[in-house]
Ligand binder design. Sequence first.
Ligand code: UDP
Ligand code: MG
Length: 321
Amino acid sequence: MLISLIAPAYNEEGNIVPFARSVASAFKDLPGGGTCELVFVDDGSSDHTLSVMRSVFDDSYIKESSLIVKVVEFSRNFGKEAAIYAGLEHSSGDICVLIDTDMQQPPAIARQMVDILLDDKQRCFDCVAAYQEQRKRGQLRNWCSSMFYRVLGASSGMDVLADASDFRAFRANVRDALLGMTEYFRFSKGLFSWIGFKTKAFPYTPDDRLTGETTWSFWKLAKYAINGLMSFSTFPLRIATWLGAVASTLAIIYMVIVVSQRLLFGVDVPGYATIVSLVLLLGGLQLLVLGVMGEYLSRVYTQGKKRPIYIKRSCSSNREG
Ligand code: UDP
Ligand code: MG
């Protein structure tokens, strides 16, 4: 039995060693003589993350444990989603765990999630998804997040676990399904919902980041959300149809009113302001709809080039040679 932990890292030099030690301690006594491999993916960090990862090979605590450590180095920063994909490709465990390296997602909790999958009574579950019981974020961000999941669920017809993160443990069949999804614009939560499999929700409270700062600003999150929505729903494309239908109906009603006022009652309809505002409104709507179509087209264009999801510069392990 092999357990693979996939840990993407971008500028996490201060967190790597405590994280690796914490993994070694949480997974030291696996039932049936099982072993654990830790697959680090250095997502083009600009600090010393890569050398610190390699120093873990010679760390006395890690050497004493039976932990296998792999380091995959990217040629540049490709983003967390690409790093997860690379980690999955380089893992060979019967059970895989996606976990951040900043210690917000404690390895001890990951062990509890793996234990659920190892439990014979829970064989029906293929995936355990950790979700945050208490959100530590502001109210506006919570509201935006819950609205996003509602819209995504309703427009894609998928069952999306609202507060679930990508902190998950799953069996090899789920990994193979994820690797079969080779799209360039990746959105983990959507991918997990789309592939299905019986998932158990596991409540947890994230810790604070050990060192460093999150790279996710509000706008980066908003961009990620729009990307997620476009990857799993064609609803924004249909907005054009609805807007067109409503605008045409209103225009016909208004035309009937204006013509009858002129013909039946001889009212001279002064229309300069109305015409200007209608032209501007309709012009604006048309540009908006064109923009939405352009967004989808640009995704088709990028995906059509069939570029790789990530480019690897090197790969090493403490079990080499
Ligand atoms: N991360 C990554 N590539 C990036 C940005 C982040 O691999 O371009 C990693 C990061 O090192 C961390 C995880 O993804 O292990 C989550 O990132 P972060 O802590 O910034 O996000 P948050 O916890 O705030 O959602
Ligand atoms: Mg974090």
